[in-house]
Design a protein around this ligand. Structure first.
Ligand SMILES: C[S@@+](CC[C@H](N)C(=O)[O-])C[C@H]1O[C@@H](n2cnc3c(N)ncnc32)[C@H](O)[C@@H]1O
Length: 293
């Protein structure tokens, strides 16, 4: 099995200048400390959300009993990410919200959505009530801002095909956040690479902050995968062709595959060997030259 000391590497093709993807199996809290300062153009990632998913492995982020502990853990990992980014580097961080558990200590599965099953539920944070929306994305964004990041944009990931919810006392949640954070005041951002069509479709304009992107079905045993269409603009705006992208919560390796397709190099860290194996199979299959994503 590969590890932090002996990562797996994949090349998109066999030419000498082909982009490569390096996969490290381990805890980001340790793995990132072993990587070189200022070696990445951008970080595109989705950390586990607090108390929302059970990835079933010791050391997983997101299972902290206290919200403050979760925010500290994530802020610590992104402090390390900031060291790894070039001075003009960017962080694109996807994060979703959750509701307080109202005293329940577990959550049953359901047929349509097996990912709902949870063997733990965190207690209601001090100051919040049962049924409160916790506001995790903004709490995290402010914690990162206080830790030194420049908070440059909130982007709404609108999910037109979101999961139905059996609620009748609030709207069904159909969005998540994507935050653009930067290491410095001035940074690499290729706005021309991600322009969008104007309303009449006759010209292009600067990308807006609401991105409608359908969710993708589960990939094997993993249930929180990125749609490539959500992250392709982040990779294109955040790094040049031949640049280097980091994902400290690699999961099934969507950032790796999308980076290779866009001819960027990638390094990913994943704690769970089962998900790392899914990423490995996925990257091994990839022998494609550039795709316009
Ligand atoms: C939201 S998922 C990422 C999914 C990924 N974007 C994809 O498209 O497949 C978060 C991932 O972080 C991993 N994880 C949890 N704690 C971790 C840690 N301490 N170090 C590295 N990975 C961790 C989980 O196993 C899970 O696969």
């Amino acid at each position: 099995m590969y590890s932090i000391d002996s990562p797996l590497s994949f090349a998109a093709e066999s030419t000498p200048d082909a982009p490569t993807c390096r996969l490290l199996l381990g805890d980001s809290r340790l793995a990132l400390s072993q990587l070189k300062d200022e070696s990445f153009h951008t970080c595109v990632t989705s950390p586990p959300y607090w108390g929302l998913r059970d990835y079933g492995i010791e050391g997983q982020i997101g299972a902290e009993p206290e919200l403050g502990e979760y925010l500290e853990d994530i802020t610590g990992i992104f402090r390390e990410v900031r060291r790894l980014l070039r001075p003009d580097g960017t962080l694109w961080l996807n994060i979703g919200d959750s509701y307080t558990s109202g005293g329940r200590t577990w959550r049953d599965t359901d047929k349509k959505n097996p990912a709902r099953a949870m063997s733990y539920r965190p207690p209601t944070p001090v100051g919040l009530k049962p049924k409160d929306l916790i506001g995790v994305p903004w709490r995290l964004a402010f914690a990162l801002q206080a830790d030194g990041w420049y908070l440059r944009s909130d982007i709404i990931w609108h999910k037109p095909n979101c999961q139905p919810e059996s609620v009748k006392d609030r709207p069904t949640q159909s969005h998540e956040y994507l935050f653009l954070l930067t290491k410095s005041e001035n940074y690499y951002y290729d706005h021309a690479a991600i322009v969008e069509p104007t309303q009449d479709g006759k010209a292009t304009r600067n990308r807006r902050t609401v991105w409608p992107v359908n969710t993708e079905p589960y990939r094997g045993a993993h249930f929180a995968v990125f749609p490539p269409a959500l992250i392709a603009p982040c990779i294109k705006a955040g790094s040049p062709v031949g640049g280097h992208v980091l994902d400290p919560f690699f999961g099934t390796g969507t950032v790796g595959e999308t980076s290779l397709r866009l001819r960027r190099n990638c390094t990913g860290v994943e704690l769970n060997p089962e998900y790392a194996a899914l990423a490995e199979t996925r990257l091994q299959k990839l022998r494609l030259p550039t795709l316009a994503l």
